[in-house]
Design a binder for this molecule. Structure first.
Ligand code: GLN
Length: 483
């Protein structure tokens, strides 16, 4: 059961060949078997889950309000608020934080009748690319538990890959849905900025953060996207525009689709095996009737540097609230207000979070603002214009999702810059606010390789359609980790 997709399971549930209680119990059995090796979760909510499963079964029995998610076990990244269930962001400073409300995406998932299994591990406050920055424990890649699952949504991607959840949610500020999806051999979609509400998503970098689905195949990603997308009056950056039925977009027809291959992302710095798999995927698209064009985005080389000014600048401001007064357990060892702030934050934040706060505070400080932050904003505009130019001649852009397959635990923890560079292919997309999807396109020494498809703003349907066409004609998505 745990290995099936949501759409397969929905058919069994709807036909009453399976109950949600049975399915939920099967997923918890799977968790019992493999979680000690994977460590995808921060919190499991078994009792609540079984209660929700019973309610889902009632709903199915009375045939009321049954949606494709009714009765389906789902895991939520632990930076999305869940009412009365701890939401830690994998930070010690929020270890006991019980939100009084559900994030909009969580409320929508619950309303659809899905069953929440638990909260998944992440890099503290979503800052990282390996889930090793979690304040609690690292997560292990189900394909090889000596390697990282990617990050920051490493727990969410590993849970789906290992069958410890059928679906999960991720958040993506610079690659945090797509890069772990790539490393764990699953599908991850980062929607257009503004497509999904961020209300109740603990803010990292507000102009970049976006929530999206992580799933076993493209159909499941479309199904979850149908629930996540839409305007929310609680988030003024969410866009009021109709939500299409993403599932209807899955026609598998890519004839005459113009696919631009990003030259800069198939050159230096990209692993040979990754390049080879992506080249094969390009050939597959050509065989399916797509038109392949080479495109160049010359400002790409500045994207990582730009991101590491803008994201930490926003983070330094967003994280000011964890001060022992508004949020966070207050340290007792303080003689005045300033030392209380100091000691609380010193004890509550991990090293990477502190590094980001310092970088961001520096970039925003008087005298440096123009030289760093303002300049980064200008480069961000240039990157956006590069994308606009590229999209004047094509419908979709294509690249590897990450320059390598999953690396070993500990391999990059001592070198932040090497860690930051695992996002060279994903960061530019966040800076431009565009949608992009990662799906499996190969294996290198038993580890998954991800293919990234990038769309124009609000063209999620186009990338889902292209991804579905590729998936229908390959079987990488059917490969399972040898756990
Ligand atoms: N790895 C990137 C970072 O560390 C992106 C993280 C994310 O998308 N949340 O900031």
């Amino acid at each position: 059961m745990h290995a099936k997709t949501a759409h397969e399971l929905h058919a069994l549930l709807a036909d009453k060949k399976l109950s949600s209680v049975e399915l939920t119990a099967a997923v918890f059995d799977r968790i019992e078997k493999v979680e000690a090796k994977v460590k995808a979760y921060v919190t499991l909510t078994k009792e609540d889950a079984l209660k929700q499963a019973r309610a889902a079964d009632e709903r199915i029995k009375s045939n009321q309000n049954v949606t494709p998610l009714t009765g389906i076990p789902i895991a939520i990244k632990d930076n999305m608020c869940t009412r009365a269930v701890t939401t830690t962001c994998s930070s010690r400073i929020l270890a006991n934080y019980l939100p009084p409300y559900d994030a909009t995406v969580v409320a929508k998932i619950k309303a659809a009748g899905a069953v929440m299994i638990g909260k998944t591990n992440l890099d503290e406050f979503a800052m990282g690319s390996s889930t090793e920055n979690s304040g609690f424990h690292p997560t292990h890649n189900p394909w090889d538990t000596k390697t990282v699952p990617g990050g920051s949504s490493g727990g969410s991607a590993a849970a789906v890959a290992a069958g410890e959840a059928i679906l999960s949610t991720g958040s993506d500020t610079g690659g945090s849905i797509r890069q772990p999806a790539s490393f764990c051999g699953v599908v991850g979609l980062k929607p257009t900025y503004g497509r999904v509400s961020r209300y109740g998503l603990v803010a990292f970098a507000s102009s970049l953060d976006q929530i999206g689905p992580i799933a076993k195949d493209v159909t499941d990603a479309a199904i979850l996207m149908n629930v996540l997308a839409g305007h929310d009056p609680q988030d003024s950056t969410s866009v009021d525009r109709p939500v299409p039925d993403y599932r209807k977009a899955l026609t598998a027809d890519v004839k005459k689709l113009k696919i631009g291959v990003i030259k800069e992302l198939l050159g230096a710095g990209i692993d040979q095996a990754v390049k080879a798999a992506v080249q094969k995927a390009i050939a597959k698209f050509e065989e399916l009737g797509a038109q392949i064009i080479e495109v160049s985005l010359p400002t790409f080389e500045y994207a990582v540097a730009t991101y590491y000014l803008i994201a930490p600048a926003e983070a330094s401001s967003n994280l000011a609230r964890y001060d022992g007064v508004k949020f966070g357990p207050r340290t007792k060892a303080a003689k005045d207000l300033v030392s209380m702030y100091y000691n609380t934050r010193q004890a509550g934040f991990g090293q990477e979070v502190k590094r980001r706060i310092m970088l961001g505070t520096y970039a925003l400080s008087a005298g440096y603002y123009d030289a760093y932050y303002l300049k980064a904003l200008k480069v961000r505009t240039l990157i956006k214009q590069d994308f606009e130019k590229a999209f004047s001649g094509c419908d979709v852009l294509l690249s590897p999702t990450a320059p390598t397959v999953a690396f070993k635990l500990g391999e990059k923890t001592a070198d932040p810059l090497a860690m930051y560079l695992s996002d060279i292919a994903t960061i530019p997309i966040n800076l431009a606010g565009l949608p992009a999807l990662s799906l499996p396109c190969g294996l290198d020494r038993g580890l998954p390789i991800g293919l990234q498809l990038i769309g124009q703003a609000f063209a999620e349907e186009t990338i889902l359609r292209a991804a579905f066409a590729y998936e229908q004609n390959t079987d990488w998505h059917k490969q399972k980790p040898p756990l």
